[in-house]
Design a protein around this ligand. Structure first.
Ligand SMILES: NC(=O)c1ccc[n+]([C@@H]2O[C@H](COP(=O)([O-])OP(=O)(O)OC[C@H]3O[C@@H](n4cnc5c(N)ncnc54)[C@H](OP(=O)(O)O)[C@@H]3O)[C@@H](O)[C@H]2O)c1
Length: 340
């Protein structure tokens, strides 16, 4: 016996990837419902070799469904996730709405799988922000060995992190650079994104940081260790899929770069590609469609006592969203619901 699974936001970037990954990982599905807004009613989406017709979230009855993987924005999540949870369907949510709620576990299965048992307070589990998910997969095994004190991270985040409209804007603006008659004004992004970089993701906070930067701080603390200090600068770059991060880590204890490389080679969800030669590292276009978080450029930071630098790349629609959500579904199935 398998699960009755709902994918909410099935026409979006993350929702479509969730359907792909559920099929690729042969998640034990007995029945699958694909939901989106009324605008998309009847739109067909692929699930393995099957085609599903999307239904309207607004009129869907969650009673009798085991789990719902939500990939709609916070506003729609606020309206519908409590209804699903109240109907007995466990919500695994990709929006930021519940991430900081003390009654909702925020899970990256490689880091804090034990948190799954906290799901029952609200019947909701939160999935982290894309930039946090890939970073903590790398930080956790290093923290277990040498205790991280502080992380300084700069991100290079792809436009797919801003949904399908973000991808369209990069595509249309790129074409317009070559054909200026069809100039495309910034709409999804604050400035031109084609052939440019923008040091601004999500809204500004009072202290001058952005919400995206704040999320990396708060989520790393909730998932790995509240004692870790994080300072982040999040930047949007003209890449379609795949987030990159330059990460500087300060430890309590000395950690040699070779030992760090060995630890990361053994770590779940991590793939180390680190040759000190041209091309001996991973770039975002190479990580698209992959499950792993790729780590390259591991090296000592000789400006501090116990420091390391590394380069971290992952498919933001996968580890940053859909894959992590499916891994949570697998964890929930294995540890709690026990069907399949
Ligand atoms: N992209 C990433 O890297 C990433 C990473 C982590 C988390 N997330 C989060 O995942 C969620 C989805 O992101 P995305 O990138 O997939 O966005 P997207 O490509 O813009 O897709 C949004 C999806 O939500 C549906 N939707 C929007 N409003 C709705 C409503 N009122 N009722 C029903 N369905 C509604 C859309 O349906 P229609 O097609 O019918 O409009 C579409 O299926 C967001 O909360 C985002 O913050 C994204």
């Amino acid at each position: 016996m398998g699960y009755r699974v709902v994918v909410v936001g099935a026409t979006g970037n993350v929702g479509r990837e969730m359907l792909n990954i559920l099929a690729e990982r042969q998640f034990p599905v007995d029945e699958l419902a694909a939901l989106a807004s009324r605008r998309s009613l009847g739109t067909e989406v692929s699930f393995g070799d099957k085609t599903l017709t999307t239904q309207d979230l607004d009129t869907f009855d969650f009673t009798g469904w085991d789990m719902a993987l939500f990939a709609v924005g916070s506003a729609a999540t606020k309206d519908y996730a409590p209804k699903a949870a109240a109907a007995g369907c466990v919500v695994i949510d990709n929006s930021s709405l519940y991430r900081y709620d003390p009654d909702v576990p925020l899970i990256v299965p490689e880091c804090n799988p034990q948190a799954v048992h906290g799901y029952s307070k609200k019947n909701i589990i939160a999935n982290p922000n894309c930039s946090t998910a890939q970073m903590v997969v790398a930080l956790k095994p290093l923290h277990d060995r040498a205790t991280i004190k502080r992380v300084v991270v700069s991100t290079y985040q792809s436009v797919s992190g801003a949904g399908k409209e973000g991808m369209d804007e990069l595509w249309d603006q790129t074409k317009a650079v070559y054909n200026p008659i069809n100039e495309v004004e910034p709409k999804k992004f604050q400035k031109q994104i084609a052939f440019n970089v923008i040091p601004h993701i999500d809204v500004f906070m009072e202290d001058g940081s952005t919400k995206e930067e704040w999320k990396m701080v708060a989520e790393t603390k909730k998932i790995v260790d509240p004692a870790i200090k994080v300072t982040a600068t999040c930047v949007r770059v003209p890449v379609f899929v795949g987030h990159s991060e330059a990460v500087n880590i300060e430890f309590e204890e000395f950690l040699d770069e070779d030992e760090a490389r060995d630890i990361l080679r053994e770590a779940p969800g991590v793939m180390v590609i680190d040759k000190r030669e041209a091309g001996g590292y991973v770039t975002p276009v190479e990580c698209v469609g992959d499950f792993a978080t790729f780590i390259s450029r591991i090296r000592q930071d000789s400006t501090i006592e116990n420091g390391l630098n590394l380069w971290c790349v992952s498919d933001n629609l996968r580890k940053g969203a859909a894959l992590n959500a499916v891994q949570i579904a697998e964890l929930l199935g294995r540890e709690v619901l026990k069907k399949g």
